[in-house]
Design a protein around this ligand. Structure first.
Ligand code: PBG
Length: 327
């Protein structure tokens, strides 16, 4: 007889006991579904590098949202795809009355008043330079960008957005946007700041979806260096002081340590963005029969929750909701 004083396997011996001992859970209410809208009618166009994810015209998007909300998804984040002809140096289309994106927000809010509607604040979908900020002499200039972001924020708040997501990584933008919103009667609109957004290879498929890849250079002068951890604390401290309601880490999977770090140092809810490249990898391997994509999806989402994120932006939201509802 071998004497083993403690046997951890007892807590794994049946499904019921495993669930009793389970430390982290994943539920549909943790998920935010990023969706893409484009001009046109009756359109639903699959993004090649993101199987199962589409760009919708507004009418089709509203139909799709019926399905999405029926699955129990309560928050979506909308991104626009604009044709080249609508893009300019100062992203003026981003705040123009009657533009695709703002009209889509209004239509969604009209039809689905209980849905929490999150937006994106950055110039890249509307910029002829494909950068998140204003370009002058080949450089992304911070302060002139804030003015554009501010106009965008107010326009989105007016259109009915519940949560604004500044994804541009300009210095001072959370405070600038917060002040402007408050001054113009939008103090109830939340800000989920892309606090620690890294200059990542994993955004590739998203830039296909928006046709928004930078026309020159890269985003390393504003997005964070993947080598840095402590710098995320600096960004988080600033976002807290400037009035952010949620702190987000992006991407998620190569940055689980950063999610944990912010979770342990800050009392705001932490969000993580399970980005397009992370989605594409699992889909591609699944389609090749190299991994069980459904199990991989659930494992990845659970790992993001375990790292300390409460909310997860993920292209898997619809699929995950379906699976979680079945369980
Ligand atoms: C742009 C923006 C990006 C994403 C969200 N907002 C791309 C980028 O910074 O180039 C990426 C999302 C994804 O890859 O899923 N401001």
């Amino acid at each position: 007889m071998i004497y083993i004083p403690r046997r951890p396997r007892r807590n794994r011996k049946s499904a019921a006991i495993r669930e009793l001992a389970q430390e982290t859970t994943l539920s549909v209410s943790d998920l935010i579904f990023p969706m893409f809208v484009q001009e046109g009618t009756g359109l639903q166009i699959e993004i090649k590098s993101m199987p199962g994810i589409y760009r919708f015209s507004v009418d089709s998007l509203l139909e799709e949202l019926k399905e999405v909300t029926d699955l129990g998804i309560k928050t979506i984040c909308l991104f626009p795809n604009y044709p080249e002809s609508k893009k300019d140096k100062y992203a003026t289309e981003s705040y123009r009355e009657g533009t695709l994106y703002l009209d889509a927000l209004k239509a969604i809010k009209d039809r689905f008043p209980d849905l929490a509607l999150m937006t994106d604040i950055a110039m890249d979908p509307y910029s002829s330079d494909g950068h998140d900020g204003v370009v002058e002499n080949g450089e992304i200039v911070n302060d002139p960008t804030l003015e554009v972001l501010g106009k965008m924020a107010v326009a989105q708040a007016k259109a009915g957005a519940d949560i604004l997501g500044p994804s541009d990584m300009m210095d001072g933008r959370v405070g600038y946007i917060r002040d402007l919103l408050d001054a113009q009667g939008h103090s109830h609109v939340s800000i989920m700041s892309y606090t620690a957004k890294y200059a990542s290879a994993f955004y590739g498929p998203f830039r296909d979806a928006l046709e928004s890849a930078p026309r020159f250079g890269d985003k390393k002068t504003y997005q964070m260096n993947p080598a840095n951890r402590r710098e995320a604390l600096v960004e988080a401290q600033l976002d807290l002081e400037e009035g952010a309601d949620f702190l987000m880490v992006k991407p998620a999977l190569s940055y689980l340590d950063i999610i944990r770090l912010l979770h342990d140092h800050f009392d705001l809810p932490i969000a993580a963005y399970n980005v397009s490249g992370e989605y594409a990898m699992i889909k591609a391997a699944g389609q090749n029969g190299w991994i069980d994509a459904e199990r991989a999806m659930l494992e990845v989402l659970l790992s993001i929750r375990r790292a300390g994120a409460k909310a997860i932006l993920t292209y898997f939201a619809k699929e995950a909701a379906f699976v979680l509802n079945e369980q």
